[in-house]
Design a protein around this ligand. Structure first.
Ligand code: SF4
Ligand code: SF4
Length: 315
């Protein structure tokens, strides 16, 4: 367990403009770097009752973006109901899609559904080389990811003239910081379009957090302490004002609230107590100005160019 006692600066919340909801830990993949330990063996799923409260929460706090994550969020039986309901409220939905789900048996119509509701897709592809992707995400994942990208491109995703946004996520293979985002985006675009004929909008670089499966790997190799020191030593104060926890809220599959997805995985609750969607729906006041629960893992967000679910924080 990573300590919440650290010398990380004190930070406070602003107005929530993005709600990130983890629909459950079931996934069709088992990636080595997965910070939620997701996989086909996981059974945790958000209840229909809590799913039905998400639109109420968005409306009450005037939150205009819903970011759905998992596991593979599309495996939740109420995924499509939630997406269509929230889209009709003019909320922009983001689907954190692993690409291979698009070719799973029973999900071949998923891409068309996402296009119909103009869902933004953020898809993990940690390299443009097959060998590196398969090493981190499993054998055959690269080929299936390219096939998923082709399906999305055919629907208009990732094309300049289209309003269907498709962003890719890069994370380092090991205990290093990501390279500069804009340079790497050019490399990705060059290789993926020339070699595979696939397109995307933006590349988001994300620093690996030293928690869960990735932390276990580093611990086994005796690299965990060095990696934490690397993140701490690369702390960049200018990233503080852009940290995602300042204007986002994270909800777990049980409806409990956290400052961010990483705190969720570490079991560090919002405001240090167990608060739920129900508490927030009933609350008289919002969360603006309240203190964020930080720990030494937070240096993963401020190291170098910074990191968030939306990529680097500074260029
Ligand atoms: S696809 Fe995503 S959620 Fe699934 S195992 Fe890989 S990193 Fe985890
Ligand atoms: S891990 Fe990052 S996003 Fe989460 S509370 Fe710490 S600084 Fe904020």
């Amino acid at each position: 367990m990573i300590s919440t006692n650290s010398n990380f600066p004190t930070i406070y919340r602003k107005r929530i403009d993005l709600l990130q909801v983890n629909l459950g830990y079931k996934c069709n993949q088992v990636c080595k770097h997965c910070h939620v330990d997701a996989g086909p063996h996981r059974y945790e799923m958000m209840s229909p009752d809590n799913i039905s409260k998400i639109p109420l929460l968005l409306t009450k706090y005037n939150i205009n973006t819903l970011d759905l994550t998992g596991g593979a969020p599309e495996l939740h039986p109420y995924f499509r109901t939630l997406v269509s309901t929230c889209s009709e409220l003019d909320v922009q939905v983001i689907d954190r899609c692993n690409l291979t789900i698009l070719t799973e048996e029973g999900y071949q119509d998923l891409a068309k559904f996402l296009a119909k509701y103009k869902v933004n897709i953020i898809a993990s592809l940690p390299c443009y080389e097959k060998e590196n992707v398969d090493k981190q995400r499993g054998n055959g994942v690269f080929e299936r990811s390219i096939e998923g990208l082709r399906i999305l491109n055919r629907l208009g995703y990732g094309k300049i003239e289209s309003d269907l946004e498709l962003d890719l996520v890069y994370n380092p293979q090991g205990p290093t910081l990501p390279p500069p985002q804009s340079q790497l985006e050019q490399d990705y675009k060059y290789h993926l379009s020339n070699k595979y004929g696939v397109f995307f909008n933006k590349l988001l670089t994300i620093t690996n957090m030293p928690i869960k499966r990735f932390a276990d790997q580093l611990r086994q190799k005796g690299q965990l302490e060095n990696y934490i020191n690397l993140l701490h030593g690369a702390h960049n104060e200018s990233n503080i004002s852009n940290l995602m926890c300042r204007n986002q809220l994270s909800v777990d599959w049980q409806g409990k609230l956290y400052d961010c997805d990483f705190n969720q995985q570490l079991g560090i609750p919002l405001l240090g107590s167990v608060l739920t969607i129900d508490n927030l729906i009933d609350a008289q006041y919002g969360l603006d100005g309240l203190k964020i629960n930080v720990g030494c893992h937070c240096f993963g967000c401020t190291a170098g160019s910074g990191s968030s679910c939306g990529g680097a924080l500074t260029s």
